[in-house]
Design a protein around this ligand. Sequence first.
Ligand code: ADP
Ligand code: ADP
Length: 223
Amino acid sequence: PPAVICRAVAKTFAGGTEAVRPLDLRLEPGQTTALVGPSGCGKSTLLRMIAGLEPPTSGSIEIGGAPPAETLRRADLSVAFQDPSLLPWRSVRGNIALALSLARRPADARAIDELIALVGLEGFGDTRPAQLSGGMRQRAAIARALVTEPRLLLLDEPFGAVDELTRQQLAQDLPRLWEARGTTTVLVTHSVTEAVMLSDRILVLSPRPAAIVADIAIDLPRP
Ligand code: ADP
Ligand code: ADP
């Protein structure tokens, strides 16, 4: 069954801002989809609705046949947002370990260290977020999102503060990991380059309220 189905999903905020107009969307399991579109068009709102963090005004969302809230409860879903919201009193390793613990998964020091290395934070496992740069905090949040091996991974501008060189490295390494795990990934970005490098499919959204204006399959050999 498809991983994510949106049926006539729409969002109008209290106050009258229409962020997403009724849209139908079907994301196949194991695919990486990038949502691109002008700033303020409703990308984050759509992602937050898929995450179960924002109720749609109308329409319905199903993830593997269940509503998003149930997916969250089963810890099959991970999110990494532009604002990484790491716990300040825990180290990088402690923040990643906490995600495992909240998902009721055994602590796995090796998996944690591998992910710390994957996002280029070797040597910073014991460092607290306040001692890291903004880009390093975003990378720690990506590692935290990956550690539970979610079936569905939702990323909202995850590299906004990440330096260009590291971003290019991540753009090579992360899709390999998603493909190996069969993760269904949705990535919000304003960078078409990032979308092309990271995804199998690009959905271009119109200015607010978001509607899908182009649906592009990307079939590039991975570097
Ligand atoms: P994008 O991610 O594409 O930049 P957003 O989904 O964040 O866009 O926002 C879409 C529109 O909805 C914007 O006009 C934004 O100001 C508005 N918006 C977002 N969140 C809220 C909210 N909680 N209450 C009211 N308006 C909101
Ligand atoms: P500090 O904030 O004092 O640096 P942390 O609380 O972040 O310490 O973590 C200390 C150590 O405990 C970490 O190295 C981490 O491996 C381990 N740890 C922290 N939280 C958990 C958890 N929820 N599950 C398993 N191990 C954890």
